[in-house]
Design a protein around this ligand. Structure first.
Ligand code: NAI
Length: 461
């Protein structure tokens, strides 16, 4: 007899949301988790703890650099141990929240490592659990780099960077992606000298290039040092710290970079270890991700996969939406994820946020577009908040005016991006956005002005 309608493997944002939605739809659901707490990488050692540290250090930076002009004096001192304690409290309150939600939705929790042994069968320890359907939501793990051995003390992944024993005097980050720039910002604000080594000739690959360029300049003003078009050949740890050997990506003489701590942040890889996927007949793609069709079905009937372990951006909110979609599909409903409208946010200061197509993607696709840009320098609220860095850029179809993308660098960009995401879900135009009344004085007025700028009629520029 089947013990459950659905077993979800992994309780990160994809898995736990999927389990709850399935339970809401009347399924008898069990989850399997090998960590002591639910929430996966995101809640335990990713999005949530990094945001706690980013928030605390942003206040620190503001007290140091923004207060005097407003007539304020603050003698801000850093108690790093207490800051890490605060971060851990935030993590625990979130992970406990999932325990509560599982109980509320009568979801059974099975502790341990899951191995799929065939359609509808999952083994944990010596026990085989059976279900009509299985959803794999095992997430991802930090990618490795040859010659750079992570010990989580002096050469750390994002996990080790959240529990350093002390603030390093110098930190070298390998990889100018989201993790490198967010955690790099935390330590830069805490006083570390931060150097970022990036293989490509730009930071944040995949983001709009104009936004990335402007963002790089702002980070450099804060003290970041970027070594672009550079490849790390190896790392040596000694009493003096870590010595990285770095060469120009195109080849040439190597240089040495010595720092107290190195953060390796060169991407993440699908986590299928120990899952028994291949043995169960589940097809993986060339990058080791579980291959799925548009309904998240794997090559084995009744086994589905969502989140970082499948194709697409490795983002918690993408995994959540896939979790909801697959639960609804299993219940006979029309679950769906619109991959064209998935926002991406870098939670630095200023923030970077993006939805839809970049200019580079539109050019490559040969789509004719109009662009409207508005600087926060001309926004009243930004002046009052001392957050005049950055801009909003809206890209709209040249013929139909339909909004195709929005890219923001600026304070609270990660909140502002959502009005454009909603507009895009409804197939709205720049004109629709321009004609929507925006409260004054708000930073969001810059979004409206950028929409007006698409038609060359922004008021304040
Ligand atoms: P990433 O893919 O964002 O960036 C990795 C960077 O490392 C790239 O710029 C790449 O060109 C560079 N790189 C790769 N190999 C290199 C090498 N050998 N030497 C120097 N540079 C090299 O990966 P990241 O930052 O590790 O993040 C992993 C995943 O987690 C991403 O998919 C990201 O979207 C997600 N994430 C999202 C966050 C958010 O939404 N705010 C926060 C943190 C992570």
């Amino acid at each position: 007899m089947m013990s459950h309608d659905l077993i979800v493997i992994g309780t990160g944002p994809g898995g736990y949301v999927c389990a709850i939605r399935a339970a809401q739809l009347g399924m008898k659901v069990a989850v399997i988790e090998k960590r002591a707490t639910h929430g996966g990488t995101c809640l335990n050692v990713g999005c949530i703890p990094s945001k706690a540290l980013l928030h605390a250090t942003e206040l620190l930076a503001e007290s140091k650099h923004g207060f005097a002009r407003m007539g304020l004096t603050a003698d801000t001192k850093v108690d790093f141990g207490q800051m890490l304690k605060f971060k851990q409290e935030v993590v625990e309150s979130n992970t406990k929240g999932i325990d509560f939600l599982f109980k509320k939705n009568k979801i059974d929790v099975i502790r341990g490592s899951a191995t799929i042994i065939g359609a509808g069968k999952v083994k944990v320890g010596d026990t085989v659990h059976e279900a009509k359907n299985i959803v794999i939501a095992t997430g991802s793990e930090s990618s490795k780099l040859k010659g750079v051995e992570v010990d989580e003390k002096t050469i750390v992944s994002s996990t080790g960077a959240l529990v350093l024993e002390k603030i390093p005097a110098s930190l070298t980050v390998i990889g100018a992606g989201v993790i490198g720039l967010e955690l790099g910002s935390v330590y830069q604000r805490l006083g570390s000298k931060v150097t970022v080594v990036e293989y490509l000739d730009r930071i944040l690959p995949g983001m709009d290039a104009e936004v990335a360029k402007a963002f790089q300049r702002l980070l450099e003003k804060q003290g970041f040092v970027f070594k672009l078009s550079s490849k790390v050949m190896g790392a040596e740890t000694s009493a003096a710290g870590v010595t990285l050997s770095v060469e120009p990506a195109a080849g040439g003489a190597a240089e040495k970079i010595i720092s107290d701590v190195v953060l390796l942040a060169v991407g993440r890889a699908a986590n299928t270890e120990g899952l028994g996927a291949k043995e169960a007949g589940i097809v993986l793609d060339a990058r080791g991700r579980v291959e799925v069709n548009e309904d998240f079905a794997t090559s084995v009937p009744g086994i589905y996969a969502i989140g970082d372990v499948i194709r697409g951006p490795m983002l918690a909110h993408k995994a959540e939406d896939e979790g909801i979609a697959v639960a609804e599909l299993l219940a006979g409903q029309a679950g769906h994820v619109n991959y064209g409208v998935i926002p991406g946010v870098v939670y630095t200061s200023p923030e970077v946020a993006s939805v839809g197509k970049t200019e580079e993607e539109l050019k490559q696709a040969g789509i004719e577009y109009k662009s409207g840009k508005f600087l926060f320098l001309a926004n009243g609220r930004a002046k009052a908040n001392q957050t005049t860095d950055g801009f909003v850029k809206i890209l709209a179809d040249a013929k139909t005016d339909k909004v195709l993308g929005c890219h923001i660098v600026g304070a609270q960009a990660g909140e502002m991006i959502h009005e454009v995401a909603v507009l895009m879900e409804f197939g709205g135009s720049a004109e629709d956005l321009a004609r929507t009344c925006h409260a004054h004085p708000t930073l969001s007025e810059a979004v409206k002005e950028a929409a007006m700028a698409v038609d060359g009629r922004a008021i304040h520029s």
